[in-house]
Design a binder for this molecule. Structure first.
Ligand SMILES: [Mn+2]
Length: 292
């Protein structure tokens, strides 16, 4: 497998509860990387990006995402696979701008967005104003120019190459945008009805059709709060992580996977390290040999 390089993002300014700013450091301190290395996973913690306290939230996220995009792009061009660990989900604007930039000469990027929410608001539709509710819209070319134009091109991803999984909490403004663009949404009801294996097979087909590479962005609030309490915006009746582990087992060895992202771990809201253990299980499974 390609060496996996972790880029931490210690920022929570895009969220109403900023506690996820401590998520990346907490995960690094848990010793998870060393344990994965012992299981012959080629993975290392490369760096952790931090916000500039003197800037306003939008300017701060813009600066952070610009620098994250650069790091992600350079990592991919160097033949490695970035694993971005947040931080709030606004960092996705940097992660996927960098991945799209790295592939730009060859073709398009596909993206699977696993989340309880759509994260597709613009400043005009958002009820909360929180920027972690806007990253997918920005990547599709809608929203504040400061976020849309990171890495100096837009859109980063075409609607036909994106899909969302696990959605069960959203507002009409963002749903209208995605419907208008024709983005495929696998709502939680469909996941329950068809099973995550069938849904993921469809999602992988969407992300790979007409693209050069694809990525997966996982928001920890996609999982049921009983399994992952350590998030800022929990929503009941979500995904079961052991089932997802199985479906995505070995995904870090998939030749088409360009980059992976795991966000919104809020250690202050975790109970008995349940979310932390879930993260370790998840990453361990993604690193393992795929089942044949
Ligand atoms: Mn999210």
């Amino acid at each position: 497998m390609k060496p996996v390089e972790i880029i931490g993002v210690a920022s929570g300014i895009g969220a109403r509860d900023p506690g996820c700013a401590a998520g990346a450091d907490r995960i690094e301190q848990s010793g998870l990387v060393a344990r994965m290395q012992q299981q012959s996973c080629d993975i290392s913690w490369r760096t952790t990006l931090r916000t500039t306290a003197s800037l306003a939230p939008l300017a701060s996220i813009q600066a952070l995402c610009a620098s994250l995009a650069q790091k992600v792009c350079a990592t991919i061009i160097n033949g490695k696979r970035p694993l971005v660990i947040g931080g709030d989900h606004s960092c996705a604007i940097g992660t996927w701008s960098g991945a799209a930039l790295a592939l730009k000469e060859q073709g398009q990027l596909g993206l699977i967005w696993i989340d309880a929410h759509m994260d597709s608001h613009t400043p005009e539709t958002t009820p909360s104003g929180a920027i972690h509710g806007m990253p997918l819209a920005a990547l599709l070319g809608y929203g504040a120019p400061e976020l849309v134009n990171i890495a100096a091109f837009s859109p980063k991803i075409l609607p036909s190459h994106v899909c969302l999984i696990g959605i069960r909490s959203f507002e009409s403004g963002e749903a209208d945008l995605l419907r208008r663009l024709g983005v495929r949404i696998f709502f939680m009801a469909e996941v329950r009805q068809r099973g995550i294996a069938a849904v993921m097979a469809d999602a992988l087909a969407i992300a790979q059709r007409g693209t050069t590479g694809f990525g997966i962005s996982i928001d920890l609030d996609a999982f049921s709060p009983e399994e992952s309490p350590g998030v800022g915006t929990p929503v009941r009746h979500g995904l079961h992580h052991l089932v997802l582990d199985k479906v995505l087992r070995g995904i870090l060895r998939h030749p088409g996977l360009t980059c992976l992202e795991l966000v919104e771990y809020n250690p202050y809201r975790d109970h008995n390290q349940r979310s932390l253990r879930l993260i370790e299980d998840l990453l361990g499974a993604f690193c393992r040999q795929a089942q044949t």
